[in-house]
Design a protein around this ligand. Structure first.
Ligand SMILES: [Zn+2]
Ligand SMILES: [Zn+2]
Length: 241
């Protein structure tokens, strides 16, 4: 059972002053749930021209970035947006968000993510978080992608729906070669819930994209279920130098 967002809101409202969730300083423009100017300065935001495929950093010379080229195949989604490059301070924040029990970071991160979706002009009728396997969900107590999707949805006025279920326990993708990755993810996701995705334009949401194989398997599942279009939004793109 998913932890209800309202529970976080209640707890946060009671115990947390609305300071920068990383350093505790005064937020950027004094508003709630935002990073301070210093923390924002330390994050490596993806600037234009971004790779149209993964949303990562791109020199604009080739059609896609070298990492997407190296992946050796076209991803099943149409466009990708990434907020940050997975580096330095960003790495630390995402680590805190995922592993150090700071789910409240979803609010500040989600606001930035909503801004990135808006400025990329990505249209979506439904936001779908990438699910965790239930064992991992129990270990962590929350799904960081689901929390993100809820904040982005609230900001953009688009419903966030848990449309996917992770049916298979998958090994760490980054350590496998390309074919093994694809085999590892066969039938890794299935559709769940009562929302029909047939003919809908879906924005798939995840925290980090490394090889793109997990997102590709999730996007493929949605397309096979009849989604008209799938785009992706990730907080951070891990890229080679
Ligand atoms: Zn700060
Ligand atoms: Zn790319």
């Amino acid at each position: 059972m998913a932890l209800k967002w309202e529970h976080f809101e209640k707890v946060l409202g009671m115990y947390l002053p609305l300071n920068c969730p990383v350093c505790g300083d005064i937020p950027f423009d004094g508003g709630a749930n935002q990073f301070c100017a210093e923390c924002l300065k330390s994050f490596r935001f993806i600037r234009e021209p971004a790779c149209p495929s993964c949303g990562g950093e791109h020199n604009g010379i080739l059609e896609v970035c070298p990492d997407c080229l190296a992946a050796g195949r076209k991803f099943p989604w149409k466009r990708g947006v990434a907020v940050f490059r997975m580096d330095g301070a960003v790495k630390e924040v995402i680590y805190r968000f995922k592993y150090r029990e700071q789910p409240e970071l979803a609010r500040a991160l989600g606001r930035l993510a909503a801004g990135a979706v808006r400025s990329a002009g990505l249209r979506a009728e439904l936001l779908v978080p990438t699910p965790l396997h239930w064992v991992r969900f129990l270990q962590r107590g929350f799904n960081q992608s689901e929390l993100l999707a809820k904040v982005v949805g609230k900001e953009l006025g688009i419903p966030a729906v848990n449309l996917l279920r992770r049916t298979k326990w998958t090994r760490q993708q980054a350590k496998l070669d390309r074919d093994a990755r694809i085999r590892n993810l066969e039938k890794a996701f299935s559709i769940c819930g009562s929302t029909n995705c047939r003919g809908r334009c879906i924005l798939l949401i995840d925290d980090v994209m490394t090889t793109g194989s997990t997102l590709a398997a999730a996007a493929q599942t949605l397309l096979e279920a009849g989604a008209a279009e799938v785009n992706i939004m990730v907080l951070a793109r891990r890229q080679r130098d």
